[in-house]
Design a binder for this molecule. Sequence first.
Ligand code: 48F
Length: 267
Amino acid sequence: MALDELKITQAIIERFTEKLKSALNLDVAIVGAGPSGMVASYYLAKEGYNVAIFERKLSIGGGMWGGGMMFNQIVVQKAGKRILDDFGVKSLPYNEEYFTADAIEATTVICAKACQAGVKMFNCISMEDVVVRKGRVCGLVINWSPVEMTGLHVDPLVVHARYVIDATGHTTEVIKVIERKMGERLLTPSGKIEGEKSLWVEIAETTTIENTKEAYPGIFVTGMAANATFGSYRMGPIFGGMLLSGEKVAQLIHERLKGEKGKSVDE
Ligand code: 48F
């Protein structure tokens, strides 16, 4: 059969539209395809939830591709190795406490497993706003990243979600929108974003997991966004905290969703 460029075009348009339509009413919308967001998406999709990730960049992986200063290896402490094993990412013992993994393998395998578990990944799409009803976030306002980058005056589209995860890393973009637009208190000690502190690996790795929690009704923070929102340190190129934070946020949201079976997003 002759290859037909119009059929190819039609196939792409139809299949992408089907994928986007199936993400209009989500259980969980995740902003950011860095390590914490991708890990969270995998565990939630494995529970059978309708999960999508919206990633601003063309590439997934956030800060994991680059390892440390573009030396594309990551270090994971003993506690986080369990997650690498769960995904089937190879790791090598470095000493009694540390393991290393290839940053490219870790990023691509975690992404592939998430996609195969049913996560709908959307790259080149940015979250520009949220939907709030009765003091609770219940959706995202999204647009093509090139629209954002070029400043074109193009109205966005909307997806609904029972829960939103801010996995945007250092910039905590979803929480920033809430702080800026809602004039309401975040669930932080000051009611505002506490802000990220300078690097302290030992404390930062533990607090990333403690700070993985709800930061505003309907929005959970994970990964570096958790520390930036609740005011802890950055940790540099050690990734166990990111992986464990992704797992924890998935567990927390699973617990909530289990208790809310049958409710619609607008309730
Ligand atoms: O920064 P990022 O990798 O987040 P993370 O999961 O991991 C942090 C580590 O990479 C590293 C570290 C580890 O020790 O400190 O920095 O917390 O990934 C965040 C992703 O979110 C995307 C951004 O492009 C990146 O890929 N992102 C940020 N804002 C938006 C967004 C937005 N408004 N819409 C869509 N995607």
